[in-house]
Ligand binder design. Structure first.
Ligand code: ADP
Ligand code: MG
Length: 243
């Protein structure tokens, strides 16, 4: 689903991603961990073309992104096939919950309103907020807004879902409901790349955990290995700080 080879990303003189090799197979759940500023967001933003990169190669579900943004056609396809959920929910504030979800399927996929609304209602039921469809985002709690963001991404029937610290902006009591929805999605076989600081959740849902340090993947492996028997000193000291 994702094939990244020797990818390098710079912001000016800052070398943010260094020779990153990363493959994600269909149905795999990959969790990315690492200190603030290590390049986690940049890495997943490259996967859906939100950031261009300077060298290397990236295939996303067979669509090739080349360095320096010269892949307009692939970019369009990737943006419709890859769903993303951000730390800040990024809902359209002036649209109802229902309209937030139906907008892209109608505009991008050409679905009828009726079809898009039927899907939206099914997805809202699935994330447990069917009764909130007519409200504006500001009338919902953070946890509910993030579940709308998830439903909105799923309405495009993504082949791959990216999450960038989806629970970091939430009050503690709302974290569980968002993680539950993500856990359910993982169980259904969705391919997912998740940046999170929720180590318990990572241990439970990840097929593979990747530790990134200053733009390099320094260690990766199944959660039992990475959390219980890390090989590298850097991984050990990071885990000692967060666990
Ligand atoms: P993380 O998500 O792991 O906290 P980021 O990927 O957001 O890390 O950032 C990695 C590095 O790139 C940081 O040093 C950050 O300051 C820098 N960076 C991120 N986005 C930009 C940008 N748009 N312009 C310049 N530097 C950036
Ligand atoms: Mg980040």
């Amino acid at each position: 689903m994702v094939e990244m080879r020797k990818l390098n990303k710079h912001f000016g003189s800052l070398h943010v991603l260094k020779e990153i090799d990363l493959s994600v197979t269909p149905g795999e759940v990959v969790v990315v961990i690492g200190a603030s500023g290590s390049g986690k967001s940049t890495l997943i933003r490259c996967i859906n073309g939100l950031e261009e990169f300077q060298s290397g190669m990236l295939d996303v579900d067979g669509n090739r992104l080349v360095p320096l943004g010269k892949s307009t056609k692939a970019l369009q396809t990737i943006r419709t096939e890859v769903g993303m959920v951000f730390q800040q929910f990024n809902l359209f504030p002036h649209l109802s919950v229902l309209d937030n979800i139906t907008l892209a399927p109608m505009k991008v996929r050409g679905q009828s309103r009726q079809e898009a609304e039927a899907t939206a209602k099914r997805l809202l039921t699935r994330v447990g907020i069917a009764d909130q469809a007519q409200k504006l985002p500001t009338q919902l709690s953070g946890g509910q807004q993030q579940r709308v963001a998830l439903a909105r991404a799923l309405a495009m029937e993504p082949r791959l879902m990216l999450f960038d610290e989806p629970t970091s902006a939430l009050d503690p009591e709302m974290i569980g409901e968002v993680l539950d929805a993500m856990r359910e999605l993982a169980r259904e076989g969705m391919t997912m790349v998740i940046v999170t600081h929720e180590m318990g959740f990572a241990r439970e849902v990840a097929d593979r955990v990747i530790y990134i340090h200053k733009g390099e993947i320094t260690e990766q492996g199944p959660p039992e290995q990475l959390f219980d028997a890390p090989q590298h000193e850097r991984t050990k000291s990071f885990l000692a700080r967060v666990l």
